[in-house]
Design a protein around this ligand. Structure first.
Ligand code: SAM
Ligand code: SF4
Length: 421
């Protein structure tokens, strides 16, 4: 078997509270009732990180992503404290990308400047749409003008490396409406745009009372028209739902998609560590371990160390896990990375790859392998070919959402927020 080489290491920090739960959202997020327990939550994050440190030794951390929920409910002082705590315990690269998700409804004047002073280098802003009726159906707490003001604040604070989240195929939306949203977003001069098809997720209000949505053909037309518009404005698609100006791809998400390592702290956070099966094995790359935290904020606050679960990824699942990430990228992956990051031989997947190439779904040469435009469109089918198990088992292991969603979940993190194994 090829030797595993520990890949770059990132840190994900989850903040589980929102002003109000949106009816379409299945993230680990909860309407905040009462006071935000900032100090208690930071203390829990600290204990969580302490407990996980032995598994990463002194490895350098290349990026930090604060996601949610709504991390921007936390004050700039609290965010500075979290990042200070991280810097004290981890070896953060001097040029580390440090992103925070923000809801435009939580941004008052001057707040982004304070977040930048706290250490942020990048922001991901949840715009979703610029159409008042669409925002209302989605239950958003902000108007399009508040999104515009938040973007102005970002530029004024010198945080021009920001992403806007947009969703399309919304209730009562037509192709011109979806295109208008993209144009409104571009006018705010972001560096990055995430464009997600709205999906109905089990357990959400929308799943119980489904709104009427555009059909598949209309949704495909929206995607095609918006993708062309973005390309014409210098935003190249580099992942199923992610578009960026040159050099502005999200480094943190790229680390997930190239099957890199990440620590996950906070309620419901997931991690993946190479060589992390025991403290003594840290750095020896003996195997690959998944970690996941309890989703329940109260349980997390009470005992973040006891609430952490860990499991070695069975070797036979690694080829699928690798492809699940790497084939989301328009440029695919370098073939040697497969063995370096999974410890498995390329020969194990060679016949599947050959058959997908014959069907026009993959495009591979001696050194790289990428999905064709057709392969990207039918990514679920491509991924299923790498799965050693039956669909029943997929559902049992929490992967059903991944393979049933037409590939799309939040680019600024779904792999690390997926249900635990
Ligand atoms: C954690 S939220 C972003 C930050 C903040 N909570 C907010 O909503 O403004 C992550 C993103 O996931 C996307 N998202 C959530 N649920 C979705 C769904 N059911 N279908 C498609 N995209 C979804 C939204 O674009 C959302 O901005
Ligand atoms: S979309 Fe964002 S604001 Fe809405 S519930 Fe989900 S995490 Fe919270």
């Amino acid at each position: 078997m090829p030797a595993l080489i520990p890949p770059p290491l990132s840190l994900y920090i989850h903040f589980p509270w929102c002003v109000r739960k949106c009816p379409y959202c299945d993230f680990n997020s909860y309407t905040l009732h009462g006071e935000l327990v900032e100090a208690e939550y930071i203390a829990a994050l600290e204990r969580d990180l302490e407990a996980q440190l032995p598994f990463v030794g002194g490895r350098t951390v290349v990026s930090v992503f604060m996601g949610g929920g709504t991390p921007s409910l936390f004050s700039p002082t609290a965010v500075a404290r979290v990042l200070g705590m991280v810097r004290t315990r981890l070896n953060l690269a001097p040029d580390a990308e440090i992103t925070m998700e923000a809801n435009p409804g939580t941004i008052e004047r001057g707040r982004f400047a304070d977040y930048r002073a706290a250490g942020l280098t990048r922001v991901s802003l949840g715009a979703q749409s610029f159409d008042a009726a669409r925002l209302a159906v989605l239950g958003r707490i902000h108007s399009a003008d508040e999104t515009r003001r938040a973007a102005e604040e970002l530029h004024a604070a010198g945080l021009d490396n920001f992403n806007l989240d947009l969703m399309y195929a919304l209730p009562q939306q037509d192709v011109s409406g979806a295109l208008r949203d993209v144009e409104e977003a571009l006018a705010l001069e972001p560096a990055h745009l995430s464009h997600y098809q709205l999906t109905l997720e089990a357990g959400t209000v929308f799943a119980g009372q489904p709104p009427s949505l555009p059909d598949d053909d209309e949704a495909a037309e929206m995607l095609s028209v918006c993708r062309d518009r973005l390309a014409a404005s210098g935003f190249a698609q580099y992942e199923v739902s992610a578009y960026a100006r040159a050099g502005r791809q999200c480094r943190h998400n790229l680390n997930y998609w190239t099957f890199g390592d990440y620590l996950g702290i906070g309620a419901g956070a997931h991690g993946k560590i190479t060589g992390g099966s025991s403290a003594r094995a840290a750095g020896s790359a003996a195997d690959i371990v998944r970690t996941w935290q309890t989703r329940e904020p109260r349980r997390y606050l009470a005992d973040p160390v006891g609430a952490l679960s860990r499991k070695r990824i069975p070797a036979e699942e690694l080829p699928f896990e690798f492809m699940l990430n790497a084939l989301r990228l328009v440029d695919g992956f370098e073939i040697p990375a497969f063995a370096e990051r999974t410890g498995r031989e390329w020969i194990e997947v060679a016949s599947t790859v050959r058959s997908l190439r014959e069907r026009g779904l993959l495009d591979c040469d001696q050194s790289t392998c990428r999905p064709t435009p057709l392969g990207l469109k039918f990514l679920n089918d491509v991924l299923l070919s790498f799965l050693a198990k039956s669909p029943k088992t997929i559902g049992d292991s929490g992967l059903s959402t991944v393979v049933s969603q037409g590939a799309e979940r939040p680019a600024d993190g779904f792999i690390h927020r997926r249900e635990g194994p």
